[in-house]
Design a protein around this ligand. Structure first.
Ligand SMILES: NC(=O)c1ccc[n+]([C@@H]2O[C@H](COP(=O)([O-])OP(=O)(O)OC[C@H]3O[C@@H](n4cnc5c(N)ncnc54)[C@H](OP(=O)(O)O)[C@@H]3O)[C@@H](O)[C@H]2O)c1
Length: 273
């Protein structure tokens, strides 16, 4: 079928359907301990976001965002205990620029997949925020009570306001975001399978702490340009570098509305010295 994917690795030439591709990864069975993955769509020139021409806010470039990538994004989300996101995302949610945190529970097939495994209809949500500067109204658009992980310097008045709206706020010690402490906080809240849908700083925190297991990357085969550059990863040099092993790769020749093809790559991260 024209809409099937062409497998490039590990079985070059095989044709595979898109629907069910990432659900079959069965992430919940991977380890008895914490399992952490993240996912990005990135242009060929390395951009994950561009400024919206009207608001100036950074967003996934609309020319590469597409329903086929979104389907696979949701298949990962369906397997998670918790979606890990950011205050930036919650600000967008409060302004009705996003509804994606409810999307798994709203998709009948994925909802049924979770219910059949004794999971709640959708994953929980945790957000990192250094400032706690997001409207409490964001909580109205979330599936269940929100866990907020913040720094020791966050304003106490904001913390009280969030707690009074039903959120749980965890302060991590020290400056900067420690990925290991973040993961521990998620674990204490009962979350084992973590899906980070946050951006380049959180990816860096997870990589620096060497706690990310798997990275899904959709390579959108288009050069976008633009003077603002938002890369996949932002933060100090990772030493030693985090090495990745290609687990599988699929070419999706079914064009997006803008005629962009894409390559779905799955990487396992290797922290051995
Ligand atoms: N193409 C893709 O697949 C993709 C995927 C994800 C994101 N993106 C894009 O990437 C861009 C950045 O995303 P993002 O802002 O969500 O992610 P990010 O850059 O990874 O993280 C920024 C967030 O981290 C919080 N933070 C920083 N230091 C912290 C600390 N010490 N403790 C707790 N929280 C801390 C900040 O909170 P405060 O706001 O409170 O300071 C901020 O909201 C966006 O434009 C987004 O659209 C693209």
């Amino acid at each position: 079928m024209a809409t099937d994917l062409l497998e490039m690795y590990p079985r070059p030439g095989a044709r595979v359907p898109l629907a069910g591709l990432y659900l079959a990864h069965d992430l919940r069975a991977r380890t008895p301990g914490p399992y952490v993955c993240s996912n990005f769509i990135v242009s060929l020139d390395g951009r994950i976001a561009l400024p919206d021409p009207h608001s100036g806010l950074q967003q996934v470039p609309p020319v590469i965002a597409n329903p086929r990538d979104w389907r696979l994004y949701l298949e990962i989300a369906a397997q998670a205990d918790v979606l890990l996101t950011t205050a930036r995302h919650l600000r967008a949610l409060a302004a009705n620029r996003h509804t994606d945190l409810l999307a798994v529970a709203a998709e009948p097939e994925l909802r049924a997949w979770r219910l059949a495994r004794g999971l709640p209809p959708g994953p929980a949500v945790a957000a990192v925020s250094e400032t706690l500067d997001f409207p409490s109204a964001a909580l109205d658009n979330l599936p269940a009570s929100l866990l907020v992980v913040t720094s020791s310097a966050a304003p106490h008045a904001r913390e009280r306001a969030l707690v009074s709206r039903g959120a749980t706020v965890r302060r991590l010690p020290g400056a900067g975001l420690d990925g290991a402490a973040l993961l521990a906080a998620l674990g204490e809240a009962g979350h084992r399978v973590v899906y980070s849908i946050a951006g380049p700083r959180i990816l860096h925190a997870l990589c620096a702490a060497r706690v990310l297991h798997r990275l899904y990357v959709t390579h959108a085969l288009a050069l976008l340009g633009g003077n603002d550059f938002v890369p996949l990863l932002r933060g100090p040099l990772l030493e030693p570098p985090v090495r990745a092993r290609l687990v599988s790769g699929y070419l999706d020749a079914a064009a997006t509305a803008a005629g962009v093809t894409q390559y779905f790559a799955v990487y396992e991260l290797n922290y051995a010295a």
